[in-house]
Design a protein around this ligand. Structure first.
Ligand SMILES: *Cc1c(COP(=O)(O)O)cnc(C)c1O
Length: 367
C-alpha cells in the first residue's frame, strides 16, 4: 500500500546507477555521497544500495550524519568534511570515521582525539571549505609531523570543483596539482587523491584521479540541465506522489488558492494534492509545476500552499485516491525532477534534497 504522501525509492536503480558510473569512471575508488538523508532518498537504504552497486566508500558531512549509517549496521569507510567550530572528533573515533580537515585547528583536534586517518582538504578555487594556498605548507608540514609521531595517517588529499566552466575547472585542477606537489615536497604521500563529484566524474576525465565522490548521479539525476540522465545510463530512483485528497466540480471564473492568482476559464474539475512547500514542493513553481494523474499531465493551478496545492484537470476522469505523481522516471511518461527544477528556477539537487519529513519513504526493488 502506498502512503498518503510517498517518496518511492527504487534501490535497484541506485545500485545500477553506481555500476553505470563506475563503468564510465574506470578503476577509481568510488565514494557514494549520502549526505542530507541521501539527497532526500533515505540515507541508510541508499548507502546499502550504493554498496551493492560497488561503492567502496561513503561520504556525509559530519559525525551526526555518519551515526545514522553506523546505527543501520553499515561498516566500511566513511569520510566527513564539514565540522562545527566546537567539534572534538570524539564521535569520529567512536564511529571509526575518516575526517576531512580544512585547517590546522581541525587537524590538531582530530589528532588530539585520536582520529586514525585524515584527508587534507585544499581550496583550489571554489572559495568554500578547504585550506587556502598560503596555509598549505604549514598544514602539510604539521600533518606530516603528526603522522610521523603516530598521529593520524594522511590518507587523502582532496578538493572540490566549482564547475564554473572548462577554463575555471582547468585552473582548479592546475592548482590541485600544485597542492599535491607542495604535499609531496614535504614528504606527504596520500593514498587517495580526489576532486571530482558527479559533474567532474562524468564530464572531465582528468579530474577523476584514483577516487571520485559521486552524489547526484547515484540518484539517477544529471548535473547537466540539458543532458538527461538516460544519456549516461542513469535511472531516476525517486518518485514523489500523493493520493488526490478531494475532487470537485466548480464553475467558470472560480478563484483557486491563496491570492486567487489562478482562475478557472470554464466549468471544470479541480483536484486537491496533499503536498506543499513544507514537503519540499517549491512554492516558486506555483502555476508551473507539472503533475501526472492517471497518465495525463497537468500543471499546478494557483499558489502552492504549505500542505497542499490544486490541479485544474478539466473534464478528465479523476477521483479521490487517484495517484498524483509530481516527478519520477520520465521513461514512464511522468515529469522529471528536472522539469520541477526548471519550473522553480532551481536545480534537481534542491528538488530532491528538500523533500520533507512528512513524506513517507518507501523502498522498492524495481526491474
Ligand atoms: C555533496 C558533495 C559531493 C557530491 O556532489 P554531487 O554533485 O552530488 O556529485 C562531493 N563532494 C563533496 C565535498 C560534497 O559536499
Amino acid at each position: 500500500m502506498r502512503a498518503h504522501r510517498e517518496a518511492t525509492v527504487d534501490l535497484n536503480a541506485i545500485a545500477g546507477n553506481v555500476e553505470a558510473i563506475r563503468r564510465i569512471a574506470g578503476t577509481t575508488h568510488f565514494m557514494a555521497i549520502a549526505k542530507a538523508n541521501g539527497y532526500g532518498h533515505g540515507a541508510a537504504a541508499v548507502a546499502n544500495a550504493a554498496i551493492d552497486g560497488g561503492a567502496d566508500w561513503l561520504g556525509v558531512v559530519d559525525a551526526a550524519e555518519a551515526r545514522v549509517l553506523r546505527d543501520a549496521g553499515i561498516r566500511g569507510p566513511i569520510l566527513t568534511w564539514l565540522h562545527g567550530p566546537d567539534e572534538t572528533f570524539q564521535a569520529a573515533v567512536e564511529l571509526d570515521l575518516e575526517v576531512g580537515v580544512s585547517s590546522l585547528s581541525q587537524l590538531e583536534r582530530a589528532a588530539a582525539a585520536g582520529v586514525a586517518s585524515v584527508h587534507v582538504k585544499v581550496d583550489t578555487g571554489l572559495g568554500r571549505n578547504g585550506s587556502p594556498p598560503d596555509l598549505w605548507e604549514e598544514l602539510f608540514a604539521r600533518a606530516h609531523a603528526l603522522e610521523r609521531s603516530r598521529g593520524p595517517k594522511i590518507r587523502g588529499i582532496f578538493s572540490h570543483l566549482a564547475n564554473a566552466g572548462p577554463e575555471a575547472d582547468a585552473a582548479q585542477l592546475e592548482e590541485f596539482e600544485r597542492a599535491q606537489s607542495a604535499a609531496a615536497s614535504l614528504g606527504v604521500q596520500p593514498e587517495f587523491v580526489h576532486i571530482a563529484a558527479t559533474e567532474g566524474t562524468l564530464g572531465r576525465p582528468e579530474s577523476r584521479y584514483n577516487f571520485v565522490r559521486v552524489g547526484l548521479g547515484c540518484y539517477g539525476l544529471s548535473p547537466f540541465p540539458d543532458i538527461p540522465p538516460s544519456k549516461f545510463g542513469l535511472t531516476p530512483a525517486l518518485e514523489l506522489s500523493a493520493a488526490v485528497a478531494s475532487v470537485k466540480r466548480v464553475g467558470s471564473g472560480s478563484g483557486i488558492s491563496y491570492g486567487h492568482n489562478y482562475s478557472t476559464e470554464r466549468e471544470t474539475t479541480i483536484a486537491l494534492v496533499p503536498l506543499g512547500y513544507a514537503d519540499g514542493v517549491p512554492r516558486h513553481a506555483s502555476n508551473r509545476g507539472p503533475v501526472s494523474i492517471n497518465g495525463n499531465n497537468f500543471t499546478v493551478s494557483g499558489v502552492i500552499a504549505m500542505d497542499q496545492f490544486v490541479v485544474d484537470v478539466g473534464d478528465a476522469d479523476v477521483a479521490v485516491g487517484d495517484r498524483a505523481i509530481l516527478f519520477g522516471n520520465p521513461a514512464h511518461g511522468i515529469p522529471s525532477a528536472q522539469d520541477w527544477a526548471s519550473a522553480a528556477d532551481t536545480i534537481t539537487y534542491e528538488i530532491v534534497a528538500r523533500i520533507g519529513a512528512r513524506v513517507e519513504r518507501r523502498s522498492i526493488s524495481g526491474a
